[in-house]
Design a protein around this ligand. Structure first.
Ligand code: DHB
Ligand code: FE
Length: 291
C-alpha cells in the first residue's frame, strides 16, 4: 500500500528561485540560505520518494480572480511552468500521477472534503521554488508530483483546523491506494511575511519559532490558531502557513523532527524549513543506519 513517510515544510519565496535561475546562489546575501538547505537536499536524495504531494498555493497565475477553488487537486499528466511576468522559470515541467490523484479526489470527496478537480493547470513559484530547494536543478524531476492547491490569496482562506483535518483525511486516502509507494507530503509558503501596504517587511521570529515547535509537538494546539492571528502577528501572507498544517495532519500523531532551519530574511520572508518523519519510517531508517 502507499504510505506517507515524511513531511517537509518550506517557504517558497520567489526570489529564491530567481537567485538559482540567475546564478546568484554564491552571493553573500544568499550563501547562508542555500547552505541551510543542504542537509534537507541530502535527506531527500537518500529517501527518494516515489511521489510528492505538494500542498502549495497559486498566486493568481493558474487561477485568476474568475475562479478560486479553496482546495484543488491537479489530476493532469503534466503541469507546465507558469510565466509570472519574467518568462517561465527554466525548470522541468512537473509530471503528475493522474490515476493516484483521481483516487485521492474520490476518497476525499467521499470523506466530505469538497475538492476541485483540475485537469489542466500551470504551476507557479509556490510549487517550483520548494522543488528547487529540495531537489536542486535536475534535467527531470526525480519523482511524480500531485499538486494540491489551497486558496490563501483571496479571503476567506480555510482555517488551520480545516487544513489539519484535511491532512488526516489525506493520510487515510493515501493508505487506501493499493500500490507500494513512498509518499512525501510538502506544506509550503510562509513563514511570517507581509509584502504590501504599511506593514510591508514585517517579520515575527518568535511567532515562526513557536509555529515550528508546535508543528512537531502540539499540532492540535497550532490548529486552533484563528486566521486573524496569523495576519495580526506575522503579516498578511503568513496565512500561507495553514498549508503546513495539511502536511502535519497527514503524518499521524507522533513524528520525529529530523531537521530544522530558519533564516531571515529572504526578500520579505522569514524562511523556514522542517523535516518530520513518521515514527514508523524513522524507526525503519534508524534500523537501516545501525545495521
Ligand atoms: C514574497 C513571498 C511570497 O510568499 C510570495 O508569494 C511573493 C513574494 C517575498 O518575500 O518577496
Ligand atoms: Fe507566497
Amino acid at each position: 500500500m502507499a504510505k506517507i513517510i515524511a513531511g517537509v515544510g518550506t517557504s517558497h519565496t520567489p526570489a529564491i528561485g530567481a537567485a538559482v535561475d540567475n546564478g546568484k546562489t554564491g552571493e553573500p546575501y544568499w550563501i547562508p540560505l542555500f547552505k541551510g538547505y543542504e542537509p534537507s537536499r541530502k535527506w531527500m536524495e537518500e529517501v527518494k520518494p516515489d511521489v510528492v504531494i505538494m500542498v502549495y498555493n497559486d498566486h493568481v497565475n493558474a487561477f485568476d480572480f474568475k475562479v478560486i477553488p479553496t482546495f484543488a487537486i491537479g489530476c493532469a499528466e503534466e503541469f507546465p511552468i507558469a510565466d509570472e511576468g519574467w518568462g517561465a522559470r527554466p525548470v522541468p515541467a512537473v509530471k503528475g500521477y493522474p490515476e493516484f490523484a483521481a483516487h485521492l479526489v474520490q476518497e476525499l470527496v467521499l470523506d466530505e472534503f469538497d475538492i476541485t478537480i483540475v485537469n489542466e493547470m500551470q504551476v507557479d513559484h509556490g510549487l517550483t521554488v520548494p522543488m528547487t530547494l529540495m531537489f536542486d536543478s535536475p534535467k527531470e524531476w526525480p519523482c511524480r508530483v500531485i499538486p494540491l492547491a489551497v486558496n490563501v490569496v483571496q479571503y476567506p482562506a480555510p482555517t488551520g483546523n480545516r487544513c489539519y483535518n484535511l491532512g488526516k483525511a489525506i493520510k487515510k486516502a493515501v493508505e487506501a491506494w493499493d500500490e507500494d509507494l513512498k509518499v512525501v507530503i510538502f506544506g509550503t509558503g510562509g513563514m511570517s511575511h507581509q509584502i504590501q501596504n504599511r506593514r510591508a517587511g514585517l517579520i515575527n521570529k518568535e511567532f515562526d519559532a513557536r509555529f515550528l515547535d508546535g508543528l512537531t509537538r502540539d499540532p492540535e494546539g497550532l490548529a486552533k490558531i484563528p486566521p486573524i492571528e496569523y495576519l495580526r502577528e506575522a503579516g498578511n501572507e503568513a496565512i500561507e502557513l495553514v498549508m503546513w498544517l495539511i502536511m502535519r495532519g497527514a503524518l499521524g500523531k507522533d513524528v520525529e523532527e529530523v531537521y530544522r532551519f530558519y533564516h531571515v530574511p529572504a526578500s520579505s520572508t522569514g524562511v523556514g524549513n522542517i523535516i518530520l518523519e513518521t515514527k514508523e519510517f524513522h524507526e525503519q531508517r534508524k534500523g537501516k543506519v545501525a545495521a
